[in-house]
Design a protein around this ligand. Structure first.
Ligand SMILES: *Cc1c(COP(=O)(O)O)cnc(C)c1O
Length: 229
């Protein structure tokens, strides 16, 4: 199957459930991204800033890039001019810097709060209480250049289907709770990014609005990719 075939399979399947596809192009060459672009895909996810910046410079300007990996505060400035969404906001400190760099670029940057749902030590993310604390903080409430669009989560790697489903359901429950408490009137708070190649079906069943799929579109990555860098 070619990249175009893989994409069209996902498109048909996901469009039926109203779920957006983020094609995860980390560790793929620019020509593979272009092949997906030429097949109609416009939203791509990368997890390393340097790689993202290089690809963004080479590839068509109407690609909407999502940062999906851990972001260091000192690197926000490199992506602030063009990034479409930062899915991996895991601290108030990081969000403060995104707000500052977005202001410098006269932009409002869409963000997701990454919530820790996995049963593993290696994953980044906010606990539920930390997410609530962030949303209640005066610092956050004063920010004019970031817009929290929803939540993102990564399930435990290689867990049973039952555990994976439970983790996704947990994220959906957190989303609903946060929506009611902090974004009741804000229609833009409407994204739950969960699901990857191995578990996207379970994620969609649990209420995902956005899946991040890499290897089953592009084939196996040549370098071992790490979600944690
Ligand atoms: C690599 C990565 C994905 C895609 O994983 P695949 O198994 O290749 O589909 C999704 N989300 C994040 C955060 C990733 O780092």
């Amino acid at each position: 199957m070619s990249i175009a075939d893989n994409l069209s399979k996902y498109k048909t399947e996901l469009e039926a459930s109203g779920v957006q596809l983020v094609a995860v192009s980390k560790f793929q060459q620019a020509d593979a991204v272009l092949e997906a672009y030429n097949a109609g895909q416009r939203v791509f996810g990368e997890n390393i800033v340097q790689e993202l910046v290089e690809k963004q410079a080479q590839l068509p300007g109407d690609i909407r890039w999502h940062l999906i990996g851990h972001l260091q505060t000192n690197k926000v400035k490199y992506i602030a001019p063009f990034i479409s969404m930062i899915e991996s906001v895991d601290s108030l400190k990081l969000l403060t810097e995104i707000n500052k760099q977005a202001a410098k670029n006269n932009r409002v940057i869409d963000c997701l709060l990454q919530i820790y749902i996995a049963d593993e030590d290696s994953k980044f993310g906010l606990g539920f209480d930390e997410a609530v604390e962030l949303l209640r903080s005066e610092e956050f409430q004063a920010m004019k250049h970031v817009r929290i669009r929803g939540l993102m989560g990564i399930a435990t790697n290689n867990a049973s289907e039952r555990q994976t489903s439970e983790e996704f359901k947990e994220l959906k429950v957190l989303f609903d709770g946060i929506k009611v408490s902090y974004f009741r009137k804000d229609e833009y708070f409407n994204e739950i990014s969960m699901g990857m190649s191995a578990d996207y079906k379970l994620a969609v069943t649990a209420g995902s609005t956005m899946v991040r799929i890499g290897s089953s579109i592009f084939g196996k990555r040549t370098t071992k990719a790490s979600t944690a860098q």
